[in-house]
Design a protein around this ligand. Sequence first.
Ligand SMILES: Cc1cc2c(cc1C)N(C[C@H](O)[C@H](O)[C@H](O)COP(=O)(O)O)c1[nH]c(=O)[nH]c(=O)c1N2
Length: 230
Amino acid sequence: MTVSNGRFTDSERQGVYRAIFERRDVRSQFLPDPIPPDVLTRLLEAAHHAPSVGFMQPWDFIVIESRDVRETVLALFEQENHKAAERFEGERKEHYRSLKLQGIMESPLNLCITCDRSRGGPHVLGRNSIVETDLFSTCLAVQNLWLAARAEGIGVGWVSILDQAQLSTALNLPEHVYPLAYLCLGYVSEFLDQPELEAQGWRSRLPLSGAPGMARSALTGAVPGGGASG
Ligand SMILES: Cc1cc2c(cc1C)N(C[C@H](O)[C@H](O)[C@H](O)COP(=O)(O)O)c1[nH]c(=O)[nH]c(=O)c1N2
């Protein structure tokens, strides 16, 4: 069916929303099946079509299959995760320790999406005032990949419990390249219907209306839906 004005058909639109609402951060459900090269290429193409400040396209994609490198990154995770647990007390600490927060070895492929902070030279259109816009752009590449992966039936898990300098060393990154997202990718046994942290009782989704800081009018401080302002 042809639709004018570049509009999506109903089923195309539903597909986009389905990817958004059914995307999950995956740590526990990875299958070992390899991701075929053409599928991986589609995911990287999707990431590469993210918006970026001044069309800077500051990202690069490091595909990591090596078990040695993954074991090194897992050791970095264990070290930081141990420190992270110490920030909680009592039952909350035990709860934290029970959470699975990475799938580095179980997933068949790890991917580091980096941000080259020097790309495009010293003056990038749109980045003169807010210098972090290159990092924001790279986050959008991550999200594009995450949604495309969901549409391909592939789970993605973001591992950020890592020391950034140690990760850079492990991946041999030059100083101007920032390891923005360390991701685990693979087909999954299932996609949970809610975030794993919610299923584990760690934290729940906030309501869109009335949540602190959400949907707030910058001019009046009023929260649509009758929530308290201020
Ligand atoms: C920047 C960033 C960093 C992390 C995450 C996400 C993002 C955006 N998340 C995943 C996070 O816990 C998850 O997105 C939320 O719990 C919501 O779940 P769904 O993504 O909707 O399944 C995440 N998960 C995890 O198990 N270990 C981690 O280190 C991180 N780090």
